[in-house]
Design a protein around this ligand. Structure first.
Ligand code: PDD
Length: 291
């Protein structure tokens, strides 16, 4: 696989990604002791970097990873990286690890943090997915319990999602929808879940044990601004299966309509009118809020 057009910034030093190096003693590698953000550009500018950095700091804080690099310096490092990459649009990943340790739980010996940014050309979801919708499954892999590893922490421990995505791919689906310990709808492996019932937009509350998605938050704001009735609530599986419309959201996917769940069509099996209206609105909004 070629990584042409992939660039990295490691503690502020920009290189081709192929040349970028992090120590094998880095806690991110030895313990998965790291947090991350994924975002994209619109018009070559990062979309809501402020909200992503705020969430990155909240995630790091929960793990007691100190991030002494201020937001404006983060912004300058990202600008330098984007300047080098020159993609039409970029996928951006920011990773902060606790730093280089001695493969032990002696956190006081760790020299850090390690602040990595990677860019690659942004590959949009195929337009057919937006036109026809996507296939999802209800995963047999339960979402991590908040008292085990809180999904609200965007950590680099992604094995819970890896297991669920493998199951989805085995079944020819694009995204697994994961349930919490109560059996209620939590979130996708890398997305949040919404449904429409009788004109009301519904999504699980944060205490379902999910990541507070930036796209989720923006979508709730946009829907309220448009006068769409919105409810954050417990979403039970039958409600999702019997929804008029359903979609997932993420920084990379925007809003992707769900066509089928475990092979059964949602609504009439085509992206619904409210989903398409919110998608069009989001696509109009996003380029105007990328700085
Ligand atoms: N994933 N839930 C989970 C578990 C996620 O990993 C993500 C994002 C979301 C959606 O959040 P946002 O709208 O802030 O992107 C919800 C990113 C895209 C990733 O893992 O690369």
């Amino acid at each position: 696989m070629s990584h042409m057009g992939f660039f990295a910034s490691v503690n502020g030093v920009v290189t081709d990604a192929a040349e970028a190096r992090v120590s094998v003693l880095d806690n991110g590698f030895t313990f998965g002791d790291a947090v991350y953000e994924t975002l994209r550009t619109y018009g070559r500018r990062p979309f809501h970097l402020d909200r992503h950095l705020a969430r990155l700091r909240r995630s790091a804080g929960r793990l007691r990873i100190a991030v002494p690099v201020p937001d404006d310096e983060m912004g300058r490092r990202l600008d330098a990286l984007l300047e080098r990459s020159q993609h039409a649009e970029s996928y951006i990943r920011i990773i902060v690890t606790r730093g280089v340790g001695d493969i032990s739980y002696n956190f006081d010996r760790v020299q850090g943090p390690t602040v990595v940014m990677v860019t690659k050309p942004f590959q949009p979801f195929p337009e057919a997915y937006y036109r026809d919708g996507i296939a999802v499954i209800l995963s047999s892999v339960q979402r991590n319990h908040p008292r085990a590893l809180d999904p609200g922490i965007k950590s680099c421990n992604l094995l819970n999602s890896v297991l669920a995505v493998q199951e989805a791919q085995d079944k020819g689906a694009l995204e697994p929808i994961m349930l919490n310990a109560d059996g209620d709808v939590a979130e996708g492996a890398s997305s949040n879940v919404f449904l429409v019932k009788s004109g009301t937009l519904l999504t699980p509350t944060l205490d379902a044990g999910i990541l507070p998605g930036v796209t989720r938050e923006l979508l709730l704001e946009r829907a309220r601004a448009l006068g769409v009735p919105v409810r954050e609530t417990t979403v039970r599986v039958p409600e999702l299966l019997e929804a008029d419309e359903a979609f997932i959201t993420s920084s990379l996917k925007e809003l992707a309509p769900i066509r089928t769940i475990d092979g059964r069509p949602v609504g009439d099996g085509r992206p619904g009118p409210l989903t398409l209206r919110l998608l069009a609105d989001f696509r109009e909004y996003a380029p105007r809020h990328s700085t």
